[in-house]
Design a protein around this ligand. Structure first.
Ligand SMILES: *Cc1c(COP(=O)(O)O)cnc(C)c1O
Length: 390
């Protein structure tokens, strides 16, 4: 007999995130004619309302894909076999993106940094300055490293390119920051922005995005990597009339349409402020427990998730397992080299004060149940913070 689970599951991983009720309803609309007038209206409405989310007036391309597909799309549309891509690397998602780049025949160079800190911009600038032959064709950085809860300074990376007069394309993964934290494709001088549907955008997994700058679109003209399914040109041509070259994920698009309504009704600035507040409350609880936030640089704290360091000798995955069994809550696991050493609290997407309070209570009860050394009552630091006037 399966164990009864009254109440609702707490999904507090940093993506996929909770689906708002309105999005769930939109997902269950009947299948539609993807070449009919309603589909065209839907696509136009979505494409128009994605611009302020990416903060761009330029094209945004939507794929029926995971975020990793959109990584590959960014690379194969703009680069040629053997081109060198420099990765400012400080976490597992950068590592995974490098594997995709190597897999499509690019030369990967990793500027390996401390996982607990943002990418070192002076080391980055030095490497760019050294590259007098301009072998580096793209600089690739993850904005919000979901494996660590560390945010990289994209404007700083742009400034490093500008100061060295380097012409490499700037590619930025915002899969876990878009819709949760401030991001500006155009103002920050990004050439290709890569996003996914299942995190800040509160839509199920299955949609990938590329936002492209004029420079990226120009690079497309001479790019030599094989590119067919991911080809921007064909998609943009079809998009003009509200269609796609192949069957789009229509039900997911309906969900995204509703999620965009929710984001714009709340107002993006309010959405970001809400995330900032929930993140601060989370960090207060962590400190209250006497535990450590994995990110060492307060300027680089993620507003989307917090990775918490386990005391030495205690396995984070055991804690997660107990919390799942006892309290029906999913927390994020430690990825790659920090497996077992951290757990991650997702606090992005469709989330309010009481959902976060419940989440933090679940963590505190789990710490007690597993006899992990901690100060009990840390959660009250978060509650006191949330109770204050906004
Ligand atoms: C989730 C995530 C990905 C991977 O997205 P998939 O949809 O699983 O392919 C890549 N980068 C970052 C920063 C992420 O948070």
């Amino acid at each position: 007999m399966t164990k009864a689970k009254p109440g609702r599951h707490f999904l507090q991983i940093p993506g996929p995130t909770n689906l708002p009720e309105r999005v769930r309803q939109a997902l269950s609309r009947p299948a539609m004619d993807h070449r009919g007038p309603d589909s065209a209206k839907l696509a136009h409405r979505i494409l128009e309302r994605l611009h302020p989310v990416f903060q761009t007036g330029g094209p945004v391309i939507i794929y029926p894909s995971s975020g990793s597909g959109a990584w590959e799309a960014a690379l194969v549309n703009t680069l040629s076999p053997g081109d060198r891509v420099l990765f400012g690397s400080n976490g597992q998602f950068s590592t995974n993106w490098q594997r995709v780049a190597a897999g499509v025949g690019l030369t990967v160079e990793e500027l390996q940094g401390d996982w607990r800190c943002p990418v070192d911009l002076s080391a980055l600038e030095n490497r760019l300055a050294e590259d007098r032959g301009r072998e580096i064709r793209a600089l690739a950085i993850v904005h919000n490293e979901t494996s660590t809860g560390v945010v990289n300074d994209i404007e700083g990376a742009r400034a490093a390119l500008d100061r060295t007069g380097h012409d490499a394309l700037l590619m930025v993964d915002v899969i876990s920051s878009l819709g949760a934290m401030e991001y500006r494709h155009e103002a920050w001088g990004v050439d290709v922005t890569i996003a996914g549907s299942q995190k800040g955008l509160m839509t199920p997994p299955g949609l990938g995005f590329n936002a492209a700058s004029p420079k990226a679109l120009a690079a497309k003209e001479t790019a030599g990597l094989p590119c067919s399914y991911w080809d921007w040109t064909q998609i943009l041509e079809f998009n003009r009339s509200g269609f796609f070259p192949y069957t789009p994920a229509t039900n997911l698009l309906s969900g995204l349409d509703e999620a965009l309504s929710l984001l714009h009704e709340e107002g993006l600035d309010n959405v970001f402020a809400r995330h900032e507040r929930l993140a601060e409350a989370t960090r207060r609880a962590v400190r209250g427990w006497g535990l450590e936030v994995y990110c060492r640089d307060p300027k680089a704290y993620s507003q989307a998730l917090t990775a918490v360091t386990m005391p030495a000798g205690y396995n984070a995955d055991v804690l997660r397992q107990v919390i799942l069994e006892r309290f029906d809550m999913s927390l994020g696991t430690g990825l790659g080299q920090i497996k077992g050493k951290v757990f991650r609290i997702g606090h992005l997407g469709d989330l309010n004060d009481l959902m976060l309070a419940g989440t933090l209570c679940g963590v505190e009860m789990g710490l007690a149940a597993c006899e992990v050394p901690h100060v009990s009552g840390g959660v009250s630091e978060a509650l006191a913070f949330l109770a204050k006037d906004r």
